[in-house]
Design a protein around this ligand. Sequence first.
Ligand SMILES: NC(=O)c1ccc[n+]([C@@H]2O[C@H](COP(=O)([O-])OP(=O)(O)OC[C@H]3O[C@@H](n4cnc5c(N)ncnc54)[C@H](O)[C@@H]3O)[C@@H](O)[C@H]2O)c1
Length: 316
Amino acid sequence: MKILANDGISQNGITTLEKAGFNVLTTTVAQEQLSNYINKNKIDALLVRSATKVRKELIDACPTLKLIGRGGVGMDNIDVDYAKSKNIHVINTPAASSESVAELVFAHLYGGARFLYDANRNMPLEGDSNFKGLKKSYSKGTELRGKTLGIFGFGNIGQATAKLAIGAGMKVIYCDPDVAQTDIELTFYNGQNITFTLKNTDKDDVLKNADYISLHIPGQENYVLGKAEFSKMKQGVGIINAARGGVLDEVALIDALENGTVAFAGLDVYESEPKPEIKILMHSSISLSPHIGAATLEAQERIGQELADQIISLLN
Ligand SMILES: NC(=O)c1ccc[n+]([C@@H]2O[C@H](COP(=O)([O-])OP(=O)(O)OC[C@H]3O[C@@H](n4cnc5c(N)ncnc54)[C@H](O)[C@@H]3O)[C@@H](O)[C@H]2O)c1
């Protein structure tokens, strides 16, 4: 059977699939050439990340497809229900990148609390001529230890973020109507475990009490953080969005940064990806990354392995 990994797949995933007798093609075929390529090469399974779109038209045009796999979480680029209605398996790897996203959240949080996003912009420009001035402007950093992290969305990534926060000495509160209570188990390098039981908190209580807020919810119709929500937050809160562009109102965020409600924001995702608004890109209080939450070598290996294991059990 032939598999096209159109947005790439890790080497361990390829090796596992090849050992099971699959032929894995890693050519990146342009979206408009995809149906031709799939039909010409009689591809059985199409693997994508977020770049390749698998819409109804493509599914209709490719009768050989038996499986569509998404390396990662969100399936917004795949017409999942339609594919399933055509008896095509649709798989993803829901938990493989949770720790990677959580670590990126903490990169933004630690960097934000110590102004690293701004220091990294200004040191190359003024580090030699104005060292003392810069030292003074970044002298009022804060520690994360002892602060409260408010998490919206307490699924895989929200809980992975909570583990890091608890390990860093933070208090964690969360809002997720679907997770009334859950046990968070921290596992240490020497095999020791500690379990913390956390309970859902009302949205307004999270907004009012959090020193930092991190979003881990799926994309939805309305903003989860907009003008009304910013008005309820603590003065000087830090906001992180590594979930989806569109869950956070970027215009309201800029206003809240300008009026001091928000001290800094860390963004990995943007309302207008792949062309984020210039006001966001140029803002001196925003720590920026280009949607790299899941982009670690470890996550890519786990994703490749999980996809390979699922394909083998479904198609072999
Ligand atoms: N930055 C990246 O590269 C990257 C990588 C992977 C995933 N993500 C995104 O991270 C987000 C979370 O992923 P996950 O794997 O934890 O998903 P998940 O499905 O495990 O958890 C999402 C949780 O959000 C909750 N939720 C939904 N709407 C809510 C709301 N309005 N208020 C509070 N809670 C709400 C759900 O009940 C669920 O428990 C998704 O948007 C995903 O696309 C980003």
